[in-house]
Ligand binder design. Structure first.
Ligand SMILES: Cc1cc2nc3c(=O)[nH]c(=O)nc-3n(C[C@H](O)[C@H](O)[C@H](O)COP(=O)(O)OP(=O)(O)OC[C@H]3O[C@@H](n4cnc5c(N)ncnc54)[C@H](O)[C@@H]3O)c2cc1C
Length: 447
């Protein structure tokens, strides 16, 4: 299949957002009788799922302190639920267990979930939380848990299989996906600011509309589009900050305990919800009993046959280096710089053992394989979904996004002329206007 010299819609990146946009746009065009999938191409410098979407842990949750994030996640969960088999989606639910310092945040999430009809159960008080969790896992022993929120929807999906399924759906609508083609530049109309063509490693393609969904590579594309490297941000107190870098990187730390996933079944013999624990209880090494941390820490985990064990992670680390010096490639497990090491293994497995007795003494079962990856984050750590240069839609999820499979559906609606209120809180102008999302007390930049 040769690459065309002209196309109506050119999508950059075959991850969750590029593929979801291409698929839903094809459906939109067809349904409204204004085109079809053959009007769309997707270019990827590597292949389908070669970026963050193909290595993501795959957790799908609604658990956010920010009302706009919660509403948009509820929409995405509906998309996952629309075809669980194809998307390799396991609707096992999601549990957040948290300490007193996060109690008010979690209670407010629960209240707002109820208001939008997203089913969840809130348990408050240390004794009650312990009783609830022991009703699921008899060996539950996490300390300082003052609140538990059990989301009955969500769960997790298998990373690469779900991307392949999305690609197949898009191709089924006539979308053409080209692997091994790198976007290297953009040409603008002489008379306007809009993009008239995209330069690639295999020639120039003129197009009417471009969608950018480049995941951790967004900083590179952003600069090719001549968008500002530093921006002005008005914070929630009205204070104005100049010269804030538009993109910084965080390192996501994940790994797998190589035990039979069935060892993490519930008391009633079922596969459990995804477990997320934040606590301010001291964490001690399961190897030698030494104190690892006495500050707020967090862990998430789930039994997962795709990863071959109990898979999960810890809070990510901000990469202090100048963002210009951060090598995104080689990406993920192929990176020489951003894969987890022994310190992660000891902390994560000790944290598992802190939560459930069945993981005590299991450090030697940790799967010694390269794992982890980096993400590009915005100034407030929340997504930017907006149109730049009149005809270039940027989907930059600030690393929230494997679960956000529905963004492509909303973006497809906007491209075809129907503004989406769910996307409004994520416009770029919020930084100068001071319409930032509220900040939570969680140890994560993404809650
Ligand atoms: C280790 C890890 C675990 C994660 N776990 C979760 C999770 O459990 N749940 C969750 O919701 N999110 C998770 N995330 C975040 C989530 O994976 C990302 O937010 C999301 O996958 C980004 O999707 P995307 O489509 O924007 O980018 P990607 O999936 O990264 O796709 C971008 C694509 O663009 C291509 N590309 C880049 N530059 C160019 C170019 N110049 N020319 C052509 N193609 C180009 C790349 O090859 C890539 O395939 C995790 C992230 C990491 C790193």
């Amino acid at each position: 299949m040769g690459i065309p010299k002209h196309v109506r819609y050119l999508v950059v990146g075959a991850g969750v957002h590029g593929l979801s946009t291409a698929y839903h746009l094809a459906v939109q065009l067809k349904t409204r009788g204004i085109g079809n999938g053959q009007d769309i191409i997707v270019l990827d410098k590597s292949s389908v799922g070669a970026g963050a979407s193909g290595i993501a842990c795959g957790v799908i949750r609604n658990n956010y302190s920010q009302p706009a994030m919660r509403e948009i996640m509820a929409h995405s969960v509906e998309v996952w639920e629309s075809d669980p088999k194809a998307f390799s989606y396991y609707p096992v639910g999601y549990i957040q267990a948290a300490p007193e310092v996060m109690h008010a945040d979690v209670a407010s999430i629960s209240k707002q979930q109820n208001e939008i009809g997203y089913e969840s159960v809130l348990i408050e008080g240390e004794k009650e939380c312990s009783k609830y969790m022991r009703g699921i896992f008899s060996d539950w022993q996490a300390k300082n848990i003052a609140v538990v929120l059990h989301e009955k929807r969500g769960g997790y999906a298998n990373n690469l299989p779900s991307m392949k399924a999305l690609a197949a759906k898009a191709e089924g609508e006539g979308v053409r996906i080209f692997s091994g083609i790198r976007v290297t530049g953009f040409r603008k109309h002489a008379a306007s600011n809009s993009i008239e063509a995209v330069e690639t490693s295999q020639g120039v393609i003129s197009c009417e509309y471009t969608v950018i969904s480049a995941g951790p590579w967004i900083k590179n594309i952003w600069e090719l589009l001549e968008l500002p490297k530093y921006i002005v941000v008005k914070d929630l107190d009205g204070k104005v900050h100049d010269n804030v870098p538009m993109w910084v990187f965080w390192f996501l730390r994940e790994g797998t305990l190589g035990v039979d996933p069935a060892t993490q079944k519930t008391n009633s013999g079922e596969f459990p919800p995804v477990i997320h624990v934040d606590t301010d209880a001291s964490l001690f090494s399961d190897l030698n009993g030494k104190l690892i941390t006495n500050r707020l820490w967090g862990i998430y985990y789930k039994p997962d046959f795709n990863f071959g064990g109990v898979q999960g992670g810890l809070m990510p680390l901000k990469i202090d280096a100048d963002p210009d010096e951060v090598n995104v490639d080689p990406y993920g497990p192929n990176s020489p710089d951003y894969i987890v090491g022994d310190d992660f293994v000891e902390t994560w497995v000790s944290a598992l053992a802190h939560c459930q007795k069945r993981f005590e003494g299991k450090l030697s079962s940790y799967k010694k394989e390269a794992s982890g990856g980096i993400g590009a984050f915005t100034p407030d750590n929340f997504p930017v979904f907006d149109v730049f240069h009149d005809n270039c839609y940027i989907i930059a999820d600030s690393n929230h996004g494997y679960k956000m499979i529905g963004i492509g559906k909303l973006v497809a609606e906007e491209i075809t002329g129907k503004k989406q209120c769910l996307l409004e809180p994520f416009r770029f102008s919020r930084y100068t206007e001071g319409r930032l999302h509220p900040v939570s007390n969680s140890p994560y930049p993404w809650s």
